[in-house]
Write a protein that binds this ligand. Structure first.
Ligand code: KG4
Ligand code: ZN
Length: 349
């Protein structure tokens, strides 16, 4: 049975994972090693590509050793590596490492689109150490990918057939959460920090109202940079009260409401037009429980709601499993040592 090793280095997580393709539509997770750079980037409130690259160079051999040992040092048949979209120096680091390893192991190479990997992690079901494709045909599906670098609504007719029908015209959802968290003095990454504060919100004191940009626009595009500006203005105009627990919690709650309501409305409208059987929610921001609930409630208002498949929250942020799973589901692979080029602006097609 084929063993696939996945390598993910598109942003600030160094992930290596090994899965076994059981060749019956199920995949066994043999190991999964992840080095997060959150602690490094926390100090700066964001990711610096060259620092991230250096951390990947250090972490990749360690993660490889850990993943191989945990899996019992199996013969690797294929290496799946993210080649875009993402930060160029980080992508190249993963690709160079994968190419060398593919020669050493005499394993084929499978280039992975990071957005497709997020989609497939949402599509595949997960129980204990086994992943399996849905038993019933899930297509057509609408995938809603919300991450630190991307926010897209994608019509999916099959694995490998994608059409982006809406996307952010400026900041990605996760990027907006990271930036607004920083304004509020919360730590990086902002998404989980905002979620924690919003959970503690007990009701309006400041009557904060943030805009819902493009909510009524006649397409499925989204915009989140106005949210950041509105948070900044509100924060500036307040005096000392902006440091109060109540203000931060109310703002965090309102940021989530503004973002998740818009995402839900657009997804529901797209569902009315395209009648998908399935909605797939993925990307780092999909780890957010409030987003999951808001989207589920919105879809339940449809007369015949599609089923909602959400990525396991522990696997929603970047990791090596997603590269390995995407590799297992792809048909094409390249001979050992093939040249792959990083494509920082890669677009699904
Ligand atoms: O998918 P991901 O790990 O990296 C990219 O492909 O960009 O997403 C990272 C983003 C960050 O912006 C982070 O703040 C956000 O996902 N995030 C969350 C949560 N966990 C991570 N946002 C909201 N709620 C969370 N629980
Ligand atoms: Zn990602």
């Amino acid at each position: 049975m084929r063993k696939i090793l996945g390598i993910e280095t598109s942003c600030d997580e160094t992930g290596i994972s090994i899965i076994q393709d059981n060749q019956d539509g199920t995949y066994l997770l043999l190991s999964h090693a992840l080095a997060s750079q959150t602690e490094i980037h926390k100090e700066y409130g964001g990711v610096y590509p060259m620092m991230a690259k250096r951390a990947h160079i250090e972490n990749l051999p360690l993660m490889l050793k850990r993943a191989l040992e945990k899996a019992g040092n199996p013969k690797i048949d294929a290496i799946a590596v993210t080649y875009g979209p993402g930060l160029s120096p980080c992508l190249w680091t993963g690709i160079n490492f994968a190419t060398e390893l593919s020669k050493e192991c005499d394993a084929n190479l499978i280039p992975i689109d990071h957005i497709e990997a997020h989609i497939l992690m949402g599509l595949i079901e997960h129980s204990e150490n086994t992943f399996s494709l849905p038993k019933e045909d899930p297509f057509p599906a609408l995938a809603v990918i919300v991450s630190g670098g991307h926010t897209q609504i994608i019509l999916m007719k099959a694995i490998g057939s994608y059409q982006v029908i809406g996307e952010t015209v400026d900041d990605a959802a996760g990027e907006a959460l990271d930036k607004t968290a920083r304004i509020l003095g919360l730590e990086y990454p902002g998404g989980p920090a905002i979620y924690r504060e919003a959970q503690l919100y007990e009701g309006p004191v400041y009557d904060i109202e943030l805009p819902r940009p493009m909510l009524h626009s006649d397409n499925y595009d989204l915009s989140f940079s106005g949210l950041k500006t509105a948070v900044l203005y509100d924060h500036k105009k307040r005096g000392e009260e902006r440091d109060s627990k109540e203000y931060i919690r109310e703002m965090a709650h309102e940021i989530q409401s503004s973002m998740f309501e818009t995402l839900t409305k657009k997804t529901v409208r797209a569902s009315k037009e395209h009648n998908p059987k399935t909605i797939i929610l993925g990307g780092g921001v999909s780890a957010n429980q409030t987003l999951r609930e808001t989207l589920e409630d919105g879809l339940n208002e449809l007369s015949d709601p599609p089923q909602l498949l959400v990525t396991d929250p522990e696997m929603a942020t970047d990791n090596g499993i997603m590269a390995a799973i995407a590799g297992a589901l792809k048909k094409e692979s390249l001979p050992p040592g093939s040249a792959i080029e990083a494509d920082p602006n890669l677009r699904l097609q």
